[in-house]
Design a protein around this ligand. Structure first.
Ligand code: NAD
Length: 336
């Protein structure tokens, strides 16, 4: 049984902890938090041992028991998943090295925080036995899952993606916009393309970003110039065969992220999470060598199964991407 510690119990951390909990080969060693807020009470309800990132006093005052400090958590863990806010992970990196504990960072960190930038479908093997890995951002994860099979089957000459991004996560009450559509970043290409190149260094990709007033999901408008000329039906069949790509059938009547989230809530998914890329099947169009499609990415959820696979890769328990992905997906319910 792998003991997995989670440092930072917010949007991503709490989901990773719950995903670890349902894996047959992993257990939650504990979670580190700075403050005894509502998420700390949820950790306590779930039975996760709480460790204090910044001193135990605030937890004592809130009558929440702590099992130790973040140092104790790192020492007791086989692998730590750092899910602290952007930049804090890099500051924490020396802690993990000091304790000689393999660590996984998130996409808010610069690529040089870790030995490998990670996406299970694209480069699992590179992280096997590494000391550190960075699970790339939600958007980069979504693009890597899509581009990996396209590159393998048809070759990719050039990718152009416009990312229409949610303004904030539901809990981020201080962010926006609340009534505007922003080119964000205004500079072209946006930082997303170079981030995808941390997974595929030889990929030719240009990206443009926008921010819109929704908290639901990101939407990508994708154009990929392939090196060969498959039919629309062949590309559809290729993508349908990928466990972390969900092709939304026209018959479901899902016109956007609102109904997608409603669908996963109705289906009983935890927090209504959508772990898969959601591609509108009827948008998949090939004209000559140009493929076009729309996909929606649930920013709070798609990196969660990737973190689980990264834990297996770093711990060297599972050398095969396919085996780890299958195990993660079965335990979590991805694709169901
Ligand atoms: P968040 O703010 O929701 O959660 C971070 C948690 O870490 C909070 O509970 C915060 O109190 C805690 N924290 C802050 N400093 C800490 C410290 N020193 N030690 C321990 N805990 C500390 O952030 P998030 O959205 O979960 O993002 C975490 C990482 O995941 C970032 O790198 C982010 O870029 C990345 N990411 C976020 C999303 C998303 O949409 N939310 C998607 C993919 C990747």
């Amino acid at each position: 049984m792998l003991h997995v510690g989670i440092n930072g119990f917010g949007t991503i951390g709490k989901r990773v902890a719950d995903a670890v909990r349902v894996q047959p080969d992993m257990t939650v060693a504990g979670v580190a938090k700075r403050s005894p807020n509502f998420e700390a009470t949820i950790a306590d309800d779930r039975g996760y041992d709480l460790y204090a990132a910044d001193g135990r006093e605030p937890f004592d005052e809130a009558d929440l028991a702590t099992a130790g400090t973040v140092h104790d958590l790192i020492e007791t863990s086989d692998v730590v998943v750092d899910t602290t806010p952007s930049g804090v992970g890099a500051a924490n990196a020396p802690l993990y090295a000091e304790h000689d504990t393999p660590a996984i960072f998130q996409g808010g960190e610069d690529a040089d925080v870790a030995d490998v930038s990670f996406n299970a479908r694209a480069n699992y093997e590179k992280a096997v036995g590494a000391d550190t890995a960075r699970v790339v951002s939600c958007n980069t994860t979504g693009l890597s899952r899509l581009l990996a099979p396209l590159r393998e089957s048809y070759g990719v000459e050039k990718s152009r993606v416009t990312l229409v991004r949610r303004g904030a996560d539901p809990g981020q009450t201080g962010r926006g916009p609340i009534n505007d559509t922003l080119p964000d970043p205004v500079e072209i290409p946006s930082h997303h393309g170079p981030d995808v190149q941390t997974i595929f260094p030889d990929l030719d990709i240009d990206t443009m970003g926008m921010k819109v007033p929704t908290t639901q999901m990101h939407t990508h408008s994708v154009n990929v110039t392939l090196e060969s000329e498959p039919t629309t039906e062949e590309v559809t069949a290729l993508l349908a065969d990928e466990s972390r790509l969900f092709l939304i059938p026209e018959t479901l009547g899902i016109d956007g992220a609102g109904k997608l989230k409603e669908y996963t809530r109705d289906a009983g998914r935890p927090r209504g999470d959508v772990w898969e890329n959601c591609i509108w099947a009827e948008s998949i169009t090939v004209e000559g060598r140009d493929l076009y499609l729309f996909q929606a990415i649930h920013q709070e959820a798609d990196v969660v199964p990737e973190n689980i696979d990264a834990v297996r890769a770093l711990s060297e328990r599972t050398a095969s991407a396919e085996k780890s992905i299958r195990r993660t997906d079965e335990a979590l319910g991805v694709g169901r």
